[in-house]
Design a protein around this ligand. Structure first.
Ligand code: BGC
Length: 747
């Protein structure tokens, strides 16, 4: 019998209650099902066949025990599947997703996802709530930390790479897990950067900025999708049939499982879409197959199937038969997902005879490489790499930190696994650095307290600021070089951690001032979960490394770069603002009408109170230890018809003494179009490794489809178009410093 036949046979035999039970997705919580905990609420659900899946189990044994209990409680022997938030690694915590995105290294991203999958699968997990692929351009939003950054093309390639890494060639393969693309959709564009807030945007922007990563994950075969908390253009995503059943399943051809986010169905009520039975009907109708944690499907679907629903105030009318049909649709999708995971053929699939976890030592190696590849060198006035004989002072609250290095959403990581920067430097150089605290992570006690509630202990030093700074200065003066380790706490960034003004906290800025005054060469390393506005810090530092929260080997990766054991190769996946008020910020902003050439300079976009000379680091920016020369780009033809293959070639040369990993970036612009188009947009990139003195030719294929764009007065009337005429191609080491050529599409 093939999968679909098994599913249909089960569907024919299942009662309504059994079908509704399959739609219930529960958290393991304290719900262990053996021994003294036998009568937990979760155990009662399993006994009654009222759970389709569980997330958050912490071991193979507990997952297996839950499966046994579920099978005993299921008349037809339908197994659970097990899921977990494996966002940037599982036990082996890799750099934050935003950091990994800065590697622009798709093989590396695939490898980290594959490693995380192998660890997760060894513990009985079948699905991960990842990859998180919300494009984000607003540093105020705390979940930038989990995001692939601001660019749709880079994010789409990352979505595909991570999906491949998690799932392998097919769903259900041993040592692999199903991916869950999240959060569908535009969760990364909330009003004013406030988490969960709603989103209003042009359909064109939705189609060309926020949806491409989902399309890429679906093309790669992602098994599931999680719906976002926010509304898009007035319709909460948990009730957004036009986007779920319409775009996702229709236009994008997704045929997997759609799960709600945590209590997302229940939250339709405060969204203003009606009390429970109405919200439940809307979510199910919109295509949300499983209800995470809230149990609203479980509570309300039996009555809805019996009575149907007349809710004229919500514009909803469903007969009892229609609701029953929707329950069948959702249940069939849950069962199909289980069949694809191999669970209907073998209910203990993934729970017995599973491949052992990969070696932690290999994981550490990969995590260290990933950390070094993710850090972005923003400035280097001939100071780095440091000599291992240099006398180094590490100053600042992150100099010996472990817990914060894990970053947000590292639910299965342990701070003990982190090698802090002071130990990493000592191990690498054979010389213990001087360490001074210098400044607290946050200035205000109430903020420290709020962060503690979010699950991180923000350490502080009870001494006065004067004493702390005196120590910091003394450490700097007594050393050849001082490394200021500044930034934000792990839970400064993350879910429900929006910041009004995302910048280096004031006490740490005062620390930088104090260190700069000493005259000792100053390296600043920023450990953060979001792009923090750097203000004047980049002028004060002689070298500046943006290291994010780099996971268990984050500080070791930083040490490798500082002392030349690894080459810096990171390139910003998000623009770094100079001032926190500049966000949202992205390199691909639409052009405006002002300043109009020749008119009064006063009438322009921009801020009156922000100088034009501020230093912001553009998308794609990052330095290496080499010296790169870019040759002029040349086209194989300057006029082409739509079907013709065009090539853009240029030579790149590393004129420096050390190896370079260069990311050659190709942008385009479409100066005359039917609607406003971005000033420029990334269309391709290539990573090349160049040894000292090496020169290479880099070739990009250009094709007409790269210039298609949507016209979308409504979501139902989308037209993808492409126009003949001139386009510009811009190639360079980042989104700002490029050389351009023109190509004319004849057709
Ligand atoms: C988050 C999701 C996560 C879920 C389960 C929610 O609060 O938005 O990203 O997968 O919780 O932990």
């Amino acid at each position: 019998m093939d999968d679909q036949e098994i599913v249909e046979r089960l569907m024919a035999e299942m009662t309504l209650a059994e079908k509704i039970g399959q739609l219930n997705l529960l958290a393991a919580g304290e719900g262990l099902v053996t021994g003294a905990a036998q009568h937990t609420p979760l155990a009662r659900r399993l006994d009654a066949g009222q759970a389709g899946a569980i997330f958050g189990t912490k071991s193979l044994e507990s997952a297996r025990a839950m499966q046994e209990r579920a099978l005993a409680g299921s008349r037809l022997g339908i197994p659970l599947f097990f899921a977990e938030d494996v966002i940037h690694g599982h036990r082996t915590v890799f750099p934050l997703n935003i950091a990994l995105a800065c590697s622009w290294d798709l093989d590396l991203i695939e490898e980290t996802a594959a490693f995380a999958a192998a660890e997760a699968a060894s513990e009985g997990l079948h699905q991960v709530f990842a990859p998180m692929i919300d494009v984000s351009r607003d540093a105020r939003w705390g979940r930038v930390a989990e995001s692939p950054g601001e660019d749709p093309l880079l994010s789409a390639r990352i979505a595909a790479a991570a999906t491949r890494g998690f799932q392998g060639a097919e769903l259900g393969a041993p040592g692999k897990v199903a991916a869950c693309l999240k959060h569908f959709v535009a969760y990364g564009a909330p009003q004013s950067g406030r988490d969960y807030d709603n989103v209003s945007l042009a359909w064109e922007d939705l189609l060309s900025i926020y949806l491409p990563p989902f399309a890429a994950g679906i093309t790669e075969g992602a098994g599931s999708v999680m719906v976002a908390f926010n509304a898009v253009n007035k319709m909460p995503m948990h009730a957004n049939g036009a986007l779920i059943e319409g775009w996702l399943r229709g236009a994008a051809g997704f045929d997997g499982l759609v799960v709600s986010d945590y209590t997302g169905v229940k939250e339709l009520t405060p969204h203003g879409l009606g009390a429970a039975p109405v919200g439940v009907a809307r979510a199910l109708h919109a295509g949300v197959d499983m209800d995470m944690v809230g149990e609203d499907y479980l509570s309300h679907l039996p009555t809805l199937v019996r009575d149907g629903l007349e809710a004229p105030e919500a514009g909803l009318s469903l007969s009892a038969d229609q609701v029953a049909g929707l329950v069948d649709r959702a249940c069939r999708r849950v069962l199909t997902f289980k069949a694809r995971l191999g669970l209907l053929a073998d209910p203990y699939r993934g729970l017995s005879g599973v491949p052992a976890a990969p070696s932690r030592r290999d994981g550490r190696k990969l995590a260290r490489k990933a950390a070094a590849r993710s850090a972005v060198l923003l400035k280097n006035d001939d100071l780095l790499p440091l000599s291992s004989s240099a006398k180094v002072a590490l100053v600042g609250p992150f100099a010996a930190d472990r817990a914060n290095m894990l970053g947000t959403w590292s639910v299965s990581g342990r701070a003990e696994d982190v090698v802090p920067l002071d130990s990493a430097v000592e191990a690498l150089t054979g010389r213990a650095p001087v360490v001074a605290w210098g400044a607290d992570i946050v200035d205000e006690p109430w903020l420290a307290q709020r962060l503690n509630v979010h699950g991180v202990t923000v350490e502080s030093d009870p001494r006065s600021e004067t004493e702390k700074l005196r120590d910091a200065r003394a450490a700097a003066r007594a050393s050849d070089v001082v490394v200021a380790c500044v930034g934000e706490a792990k839970e400064h960034a993350g879910e429900s951690s929006s910041l009004l003004a995302p910048e280096i906290p004031a006490s740490q800025r005062r620390l930088i001032d104090a260190l700069a005054e000493t005259g000792t060469p100053l390296v600043v390393v920023v450990f953060a979960g979001r792009p923090l506005a750097l203000g004047t810090l980049s002028d004060q530092a002689d070298a500046l490394l943006y290291a994010w929260h780099g996971g268990i080997a984050g500080p070791e990766g930083v040490a490798d770069i500082l002392f030349g054991a690894a080459v810096p190769a990171g390139r910003l996946a998000v623009s770094l603002p100079a001032h926190p008020g500049e966000v949202p910020l992205s390199y691909d902003a639409d052009p405006t009408g002002r300043p109009f050439p020749g008119t009064f300079a006063k009438f322009r976009t921009g801020w009156l109170d922000l100088s034009d000379d501020v230093k912001r680091f553009p998308f794609g920016f990052g330095l290496g230890y080499g010296k790169m020369h870019y040759g002029s780009p040349e086209l194989s033809m300057t006029e082409a018809a739509a079907g013709q293959g065009v090539q853009l070639r240029l030579s790149v040369e590393n004129a420096g003494p050390g190896e370079v990993v260069e990311t050659v970036q190709l942008y385009a612009s479409d100066p005359v179009a039917r609607v406003v188009r971005p000033g420029r947009f990334l269309i391709d990139f290539k990573q090349v490794r160049l040894s000292a003195g090496e020169r290479r030719e880099v070739v990009f294929d250009i094709f007409a489809d790269q210039f298609r764009y949507p016209i979308a007065p409504t979501l139902e009337a989308v037209e993808w178009v492409r126009d003949p005429g001139v386009v510009r191609l811009h190639v360079g080491p980042n989104s700002r410093d490029t050389s351009s050529v023109e190509l004319t599409w004849q057709t």
